[in-house]
Design a protein around this ligand. Sequence first.
Ligand code: COD
Ligand code: ZN
Length: 375
Amino acid sequence: LHDPNIIKCRAAVTWGVNKPFSIEEVEVAPPKVNEIRIKMVATGICRTDDHGMKGKLENSYFPIILGHEGAGIVESIGEGVERFKPGDKVIPLCLPQCGQCICCNDPRTNICIVASTDNRRGLMADGTSRYTCKGKQIYNFFHTSTFSEYIVVEEIAATKIDNNAPLDNVSLIGCGFTTGYGAALNTAKVHPGSTCAVFGLGCVGLAAVMGCKAAGASRIIGVDINKDKFDLAKELGATECINPKDYDKTIEQVLQEKTGGGLDYVFECVGNTNTMVAAIKSSHFAFGTTVIVGVSDKNETITIDPMIFLTGRKMASSILGGLRVKDAIPKLVTAYMEKKVDVGKLVTHRLPFEEINKGFDLLQSGKSIRTVLLF
Ligand code: COD
Ligand code: ZN
């Protein structure tokens, strides 16, 4: 029997690894207990969606609705939901917080073990999906699946933001901006006067540059193989930018020579095992910290001489900047509205949702920082 509460709407379905985004009519079931249904207004296209589409991540199951960086308005709520009501502006959380597990009770981490992607495996808490297309069950991505006009998420996978917030630019606060900015300010805790290098000047790397600047770093070196990224990097706070291809030496040698022995903080925002190793080697031998932000292909590993850490170098990593995003995101949205963080600078393209494949072409060709798709 047809449930009148099912919404039929458009979503970009990825039917298999490396398949293009196919705009389909999907059926979105009503929210069950402790779930909410959201009408999406905007979604960014993040490199992680591209990794998901290419089957590089552990947590993409097909067919899937990708997308994890968006903003929308609550359409309806399921039984037991207390924190939301229809009409609330929200950002879905790709890193939910159950609030009860051993990790949620430990301030050292922002990873919830109960609502981890390992436990949910692209489905809701009850092991079912709210999305159907052509009679097939469709998996969700990172609890969110923002490439759909309507989405259903667990109550713990959304956070309420200022109801006056413009939903286009703030979508980036759902992932890209927060990931890089938090890596600098929260994971590394960059200190005033320090030297920093950021490998990869995409949205995430540029947000790390913004974080280093906000922390008062005296030198911020941007590293990218695409020099078209340098102007914006400088505008956002990079004091210089270098292209590894311009040198005969390795990038770690170049950076060590430039800084008299290595950097205080290095951020890997590429997601490539070679740049991860180069980033670690670029940090100062005694007090350098490298933050690995990127995730490499699930089959790749790094090999490194452990002696490199013996003298005091540190390696750290974080997801979503190590921030508890349920609380951090609404604060960042407010900071954006107060013009304290210029998230909009990272939005280089805006496209109607139907043009999602064009948005991915812009990402692949290195022409965009962020494309925001508008529903
Ligand atoms: N050396 C220097 N720069 C390089 C190199 C290289 N060898 N190769 C590529 N680059 C540059 C590119 O030119 C580009 O400018 C930049 O690196 C990467 O930018 P984007 O726009 O492709 O990527 P972002 O900023 O959207 O995302 C970067 C991540 C590192 C976050 C992403 O790739 C990733 O690894 N995601 C998985 C991590 C994760 O799950 N995070 C939580 C949710 S996003
Ligand atoms: Zn992302």
